[in-house]
Design a protein around this ligand. Sequence first.
Ligand code: IPE
Ligand code: IPE
Ligand code: MG
Length: 246
Amino acid sequence: MLISSVDKCRLPQHVAIIMDGNGRWAKKLGNQRLFGHRKGVNSVNAAVEISTELGIKHLTLYAFSTENWSRPKDEVDGLMSLLVSTIQDQTPKLNKNNIRLNAIGDLDSLPAAVNKKLMNAIEKTSQNTGLVLTLALSYSARWEIINAVKEICKEVQQGKLDVEAINEQSFPLYLTTREMPDPELIIRTSGEQRISNFLLWQCAYSEFYFSPVLWPDFTKEEFIKAIVDYQGRERRFGKTSDQVKV
Ligand code: IPE
Ligand code: IPE
Ligand code: MG
């Protein structure tokens, strides 16, 4: 599917991806799981490039969940070093393409070297005005929501916030995604059809696209297919079809 199939006037502002299937991809070839994670970096680059080419404003990638800490130590260590080397390699390209790096999740729980490299890259790209590339790292939506609730409770206790002022508009300002719109489209690769603790508040009205393709095989074409599929849907937000037809 070609880029010309995309209606540039009806682009999602925010696409979020649950990048899944690296391990299975590697196993299929008789390799270690880490081989799949390494190959997955190419698909990350492709998704970033096509998002920039299309003019999508926000791309959020679920790279490591809080639950992923329970994987074998070798895999976790391998993923962390892959993260460091990828950030190192890609930062000049991010700057060249005017991309701002951002991260959400319990970033303090990352190894110090990873945290430092990440903060450094975020700082180095902070003036860029094009695509906002957000990595969800040590991220869990329940953790995020609990943190928001704690923050709100503190402000109420200190008399800074009126309980009556807590509503659907003010609550998300306490989430790590406060600076971005909710994702209109969430893609999950590898055929799994679940949310795995990703953006639970923010996905209230997201469109979901489940691709059978394993993440290392997810090309720009596959990304375009997802966008075109999304553009063929009618988003009703509780209204009737007649009400939303233009
Ligand atoms: C996604 O691929 C990457 C991460 C969760 C870090 P997986 O590692 O989950 O691959 P599968 O699902 O086992 O194939
Ligand atoms: C979800 O993938 C997390 C990321 C893509 C980073 P998992 O492979 O960890 O999800 P489950 O455990 O199969 O739900
Ligand atoms: Mg998986």
